[in-house]
Write a protein that binds this ligand. Structure first.
Ligand SMILES: [Zn+2]
Length: 243
C-alpha cells in the first residue's frame, strides 16, 4: 500500500516549512536517460539537470562524501543501469560526484553496466563505487547464510576487480533488519545506506545512513525534500523497510 502521491507531496511540502538549516543530506536515483531509457525508475536528464540547478541555487555543495553538518549533498545511483554510463559526459560537464551502488553479478544483464564500463567509470575521480549486494536479494527475506554470501561475495569481487577497499553498502529495496546490520558490520561494511529519509548525521542506527529518493520529484517537491520535508514520513518508511 503506497501513500497516494498527491497526499505525500502535500505532506512533504507542508513539513518543509519547518526546516531552515540546510543540513547535509543524501539523495538517490536509479538512472538517467536522454532518448534511451533502461528502467522505469529512470529520471530524464532535463529533470536531473533541474535538480542540480536547484541544489546549487540553494547554496549546497555536491560532494563525494559528506563531512560537514550543513550545506552538503551526496548523490547516489543504485543498481548501475546503463543510462548513467551513456550520459557520463553530462555528469562530467555538470561536475558532480556520484556514489554508485553496484550489484556484483549483474554485469552481463541487459540494461546494466558491464565490467569494462565499470572499470572506465572507476577511473573517474567523480565516481565512487560501493556494493549493492551480489544478486539484489531482499535481505530480510533470506537466510543468514544467504545474507552472508550476498554481502561477502559482492565486497570480495569489487575489491579485487577495482583494487580498492569497499566499505559501504546499500540494501536492495531498502529492506533490512538487525541481523542484516550485524552481518554487514562483521563483513566490514562501516557505512550502510538505507532508504529511510533524514539528514546525513542523524544515523538511524550506528552507521546506518538515511537517504531520500528523488527520482521523480518535480521542482516544488524536490525543493521541499532538500529542506527535509520528507522526514515526517520516516516512520512510514521504517514500517515498510525495517523489520
Ligand atoms: Zn536496487
Amino acid at each position: 500500500m503506497a501513500i497516494a502521491s498527491f497526499i505525500r507531496i502535500a505532506i512533504i511540502r507542508v513539513a518543509s516549512f519547518f526546516f531552515f538549516s540546510r543540513r547535509s543530506k543524501v539523495i538517490f536515483y536509479h538512472d538517467i536517460h536522454s532518448d534511451k531509457k533502461y528502467t522505469f525508475q529512470s529520471t530524464s536528464i532535463d529533470l536531473f539537470k533541474k535538480h542540480i540547478q536547484i541544489i546549487r541555487k540553494n547554496g549546497y555543495k555536491i560532494v563525494n562524501k559528506i563531512t560537514k553538518e550543513h550545506g552538503e549533498i551526496e548523490i547516489c545511483f543504485d543498481d548501475a543501469y546503463l543510462g548513467l554510463y551513456d550520459n557520463i559526459e553530462l555528469i562530467k560537464e555538470l561536475n558532480i560526484p556520484i556514489h554508485l551502488f553496484v550489484i556484483s553479478s549483474f554485469f552481463e544483464k541487459a540494461n546494466h553496466i558491464n565490467k569494462e564500463q565499470l572499470l572506465l567509470l572507476n577511473k573517474l575521480s567523480q565516481i565512487r563505487i560501493s556494493s549493492h549486494t551480489e544478486t539484489h536479494q531482499i535481505l530480510n527475506k533470506i537466510s543468514e547464510k544467504q545474507i552472508i554470501s550476498e554481502l561477502e561475495n559482492s565486497k570480495k569481487f569489487l575489491e579485487s576487480f577495482l583494487n580498492k577497499p569497499i566499505s559501504s553498502i546499500c540494501f536492495p529495496d531498502g529492506q533490512f533488519n538487525k541481523k542484516v546490520l550485524e552481518i554487514a558490520k562483521n563483513i566490514g561494511y562501516n557505512v550502510k545506506y538505507s532508504g529511510l529519509p533524514g539528514f546525513y548525521f542523524d544515523d538511524f542506527l550506528v552507521g546506518v545512513k538515511r537517504r531520500s529518493l528523488v527520482q521523480f520529484a518535480e521542482e516544488k517537491e524536490f525543493k521541499a525534500i532538500l529542506k527535509g520535508g520528507d522526514h515526517v514520513l520516516a516512520f512510514w518508511y521504517k514500517f515498510r523497510q525495517y523489520s
